[in-house]
Write a protein that binds this ligand. Structure first.
Ligand code: PEP
Ligand code: MN
Length: 339
C-alpha cells in the first residue's frame, strides 16, 4: 500500500504519520521526490482501512500495490534511483556507465586490459576472481589474489571495480577489501542466503537475471537484498535460456523497458553472456543502449584465444573502442530533444 502525502504537509506531520503506521507493526519507506512524497507501507496491509488514512489531513490518496515486490517497485519510489558506485561514478537516472574487462582475472594482463578499456571510455572495471563454472573441472578463478589485482588496477586508474561474489561467507571479505560493486551471477540469482547477506551491507550489488528467471523473479531477488537494508541494487539483463541454440542465450531486450516501467532501480545490459559470440556482442550492446539501459557490462580480453574463460565472447580492445564510439552516438540519439 502507498500513501501519497499532500505537498502542504510539514516534515513533522510526515514523521507523525510514519510513526503512527510503524506503531501498528508495519515497515515504511518514504520516497521524497520533487513533485510528491510517497510513504510505502510494508506488511499485511489488509488490516489497514484506506479510507481512514485518506481522512487524515496530510494524505492525498491511498493505493494498494498488488505486486509482491515493494521496495523495488516504482509505485513506492517513482523517481529513478541513482547509485554511487565509488570513485565519483554514478549509475541510473540518466547516468550511463560501461563496465568492461575480462571474464576472469588471470594475472598481469588485467592491468593492460583495464588501461585499454578505460582509454576507450569504460568507467567501471569488471573481472571475476571467483568463477561460477558449469563444470567443476573448469577454471574456478584466482580467488583473493584476483581481488588484489582488481584493487591494484582500481587504484592506478581511479575507477570502481565489479566482481562476482558466490558464497555468503565471502561477503564480509569483499566489503573489507573495499570492492565497489558485488556481482551476483545468473546461477546465484535465487540463492536467497547470498542475497540476504549482500543485503546486510551497503555495497552496491549488481544482480543478474537467472538463467531461466522471469522479470518478476529478478525483482523479487532485488527485494530480498533491499529488505535487508541495502537499497543499492543494479539489475542486469544477461540473456535467458530459450529453445534457440544459435546463441548462448536469448537477449531479452524487452526486459530493459519493462524493468524501467516496473522498478526505479538502474538496469544494465550484458551483451556478452546474452549472445556468447564475439561477432554478435556489439549489435546486442547497441540494442540494449537504444532500449534505454543505464549501462552495459561487456567482456574484453587482450587475447581472447588465450582467455581462461569466455574467450569466445570477448571483444578485443580495438573492437571495444569502436563499439564505445557508436554507443555514445546511440545515447545522444535517444536522449536528444526532438521537435
Ligand atoms: C560473468 O559475468 O562472467 C558471468 C558468469 O555472468 P553470468 O552470471 O551472467 O553468467
Ligand atoms: Mn563471463
Amino acid at each position: 500500500m502507498i500513501a501519497i502525502v499532500k505537498q502542504t504537509a510539514t516534515p513533522e506531520q510526515l514523521q507523525q504519520f510514519v510513526n503512527w503506521i510503524e506503531n501498528r507493526g508495519y515497515r515504511t519507506n518514504v520516497s521524497q521526490g520533487d513533485n510528491e512524497t510517497i510513504v510505502g507501507i510494508i506488511g499485511d496491509t489488509t488490516q489497514i482501512d484506506p479510507f481512514l488514512l485518506e481522512s487524515m489531513d496530510i494524505i492525498d490518496q491511498v493505493r494498494r500495490v498488488s505486486e509482491p515486490y515493494k521496495l523495488a517497485n516504482r509505485k513506492f519510489h517513482p523517481e529513478d534511483t541513482v547509485i554511487d558506485c565509488g570513485h565519483g561514478v554514478l549509475i541510473g537516472g540518466g547516468h550511463f556507465q560501461v563496465m568492461a574487462g575480462p571474464c576472469s582475472v588471470e594475472g598481469d594482463n588485467l592491468i593492460q586490459i583495464a588501461r585499454a578499456v578505460k582509454a576507450a571510455g569504460a568507467t567501471i572495471l569488471r573481472g571475476g576472481a571467483y568463477k561460477p563454472r558449469t563444470s567443476p573441472y573448469a577454471y574456478q578463478g584466482m580467488g583473493e589474489r584476483g581481488l588484489d589485482l582488481l584493487l591494484e588496477a582500481s587504484a592506478e586508474l581511479d575507477m570502481p571495480v565489479i566482481t562476482e561474489v558466490m558464497d555468503p561467507r565471502d561477503v564480509q571479505l569483499f566489503v573489507d577489501r573495499g570492492i565497489d560493486i558485488m556481482q551476483i551471477g545468473a546461477r546465484n540469482a535465487q540463492n536467497f542466503n547470498l542475497l540476504k547477506e549482500v543485503g546486510k551491507t551497503t555495497t552496491p550489488v549488481l544482480l543478474k537475471r537467472g538463467l531461466s528467471g522471469t522479470i518478476d523473479e529478478l525483482l523479487m531477488g532485488a527485494e530480498y537484498i533491499m529488505s535487508e537494508g541495502n537499497p543499492n541494487v543494479i539489475l542486469c539483463e544477461r540473456g535467458i535460456r530459450t529453445f534457440e541454440t544459435r546463441t548462448r542465450n536469448t537477449f531479452d531486450v524487452n526486459a530493459i523497458p519493462v524493468l524501467h516501467h516496473l522498478t526505479h532501480l538502474p538496469v544494465v545490459g550484458d551483451p556478452s553472456h546474452a549472445t556468447g559470440y564475439t561477432r554478435y556482442v556489439r549489435q546486442a550492446a547497441y540494442a540494449a543502449t537504444a532500449a534505454g539501459a543505464d549501462g552495459l557490462e561487456i567482456e574484453v580480453h587482450n587475447c581472447p584465444q588465450e582467455a581462461w574463460s569466455d574467450g569466445a565472447q570477448a571483444l578485443v580492445p580495438e573492437q571495444f573502442e569502436d563499439a564505445m564510439k557508436r554507443i555514445a552516438l546511440i545515447r545522444e540519439a535517444i536522449t536528444a530533444d526532438v521537435e
